[in-house]
Design a protein around this ligand. Structure first.
Ligand code: THU
Length: 132
């Protein structure tokens, strides 16, 4: 899918799919999988805090639970300018692709692309355990 269209879906997720009564910090994500299917997610917060889940993991887990295993592109947009995925979400992205296009977006006109190697260098991935 065209990047601008995927950004629109991430912005839409930030607007409509979050539940953030505690931080009031909204993040939206849209992930495109290997076959072109797209899943959206927003962050969901829980009063005891630790069960809270990031927008990226909501979108990715929706895709994985529908049988997908390979991320092609992922767009992240948050209330801050240039909201990057947290460390846990970087590792989850790594699980489902070694080289996805990672797009950090503020709008359809203002975005930057990153490789996973740039934001999670020297990563530990699923292939590692094939050696033992
Ligand atoms: N959050 C995300 O959804 N994604 C990120 O990459 C960073 C943080 C959420 C978690 C929490 O609901 C709120 O932002 C504040 O940390």
């Amino acid at each position: 899918m065209e990047i601008k269209k995927l950004i629109e879906l991430a912005l839409d997720a930030k607007e409509k799919m979050t539940y953030t009564p505690y931080s009031k910090f909204n993040v939206g994500c849209a992930v495109e999988m290997e076959d072109g299917s797209v899943y959206q997610g927003g962050n969901i917060e829980i009063v005891s805090y630790s069960p809270t889940i990031c927008a990226e993991r909501v979108a990715i887990f929706k895709a994985v639970s529908e049988g997908h295993r390979e991320i092609k592109k992922i767009v992240i947009t948050g209330d801050n300018k240039d909201t990057f995925p947290c460390g846990v979400c970087r590792q989850v992205i790594r699980e489902f692709s070694k080289d996805p296009e990672i797009i950090i977006a503020n709008s359809t006109e203002d975005y930057r692309k990153f490789t996973l190697e740039e934001i999670l260098p020297h990563s530990f991935g699923p292939e590692e355990l094939n050696n033992v």
